[in-house]
Write a protein that binds this ligand. Sequence first.
Ligand SMILES: *Cc1c(COP(=O)(O)O)cnc(C)c1O
Length: 352
Amino acid sequence: MFSRRLRRLTPYVPGEQPREGTYIKLNSNENPYPPCPGIQRYLAAADAGELRLYPDPVSNNLRRAIAGHYGIPADMVFVGNGSDEILSFAFYGFFDSFKGPLLFPEYTYSFYPVYCAFYDVDYRKVPLKPDFTVDLDGCIGLVETCGVIFPNPNAPTGIALTIEEIDGFLHRYPRDRVVVIDEAYIDFGGVSALSLLDRYPNLAVVHTFSKSRSLAGIRLGFAMSNPPVVRALTTVKDSFNSYPVNKLTQRIGEIALREDDYYRNVSRKIIKTRERFSSAAVSKGWEVLPSSANFVFMRKPGTTGRTIYEGLKSEGILVRHFGITGIDAFVRVTIGTDEEMDILLKAMGKKW
Ligand SMILES: *Cc1c(COP(=O)(O)O)cnc(C)c1O
């Protein structure tokens, strides 16, 4: 009844989304704080009549707002339904196995191999260094490749590369293959590769409104790159769904950018909570990888990640555990409010 393509698919498994209020939810890297106040006001006053017409297919106002915010021209901005959609367009439009496999880190965002299966792209995983950092040297000269993609900071480790390391890598990597840097967590302490765009025509930086801007529910992301790369993404989009980002989402994105001070404060608060939580966990005998994200990757020597996940779930706290050899001992814990992290610390003390 179904296509052969369908049989090849192995879907991505997102974090559990239980009924609201059932658990303290620290498993999907959502922001514990609400979106900026202007968005609440906009929604309260929104006019349903606006929805009669199709949205602007290329989100021009929003693109201009993003461009203004980051100090680049609007033709260097591409907008999509969450960065996941933009990543899928990137896999379709940039990575072609006849040139060689796509490279990404061995432990990274688990959607990448899913897109590879969907678009029939071969890939090779590059092992992390012993300290769990992404090994960009390992992406050079190994084999002929069709491109590289990695998150910075990486997920689920939370560890960021420096801009110097990224620059050094791009300098040695062929300019006719696209390098995508997935900066979903960049606002929590990393340095964006945005400043490298004018030197590397093959660089694309992908951002999301889901994490630092508390808007996971509206599905909004954007890519910043040189105009030919943006045009390539637009070609893929227009061959698939030419009106992707809805009207309300476009407006809400603009408001979020205008209220940047609010979000800077929220990110600062999350970083502070992360540092406080990490020190407390370390003092209880946990190993916590140094995070520049809104989550930490941690383990308790002598205990498996699965045991930690189940133990915390029985205490009403959801964290993420990946049953993957090599990172089996770890759990990934989203940074919530101070109160939530205190409840977690108490549960950790009680169980282990
Ligand atoms: C959360 C996340 C995304 C997806 O973001 P959306 O904009 O919500 O689709 C992409 N990449 C990484 C590494 C993420 O953690």
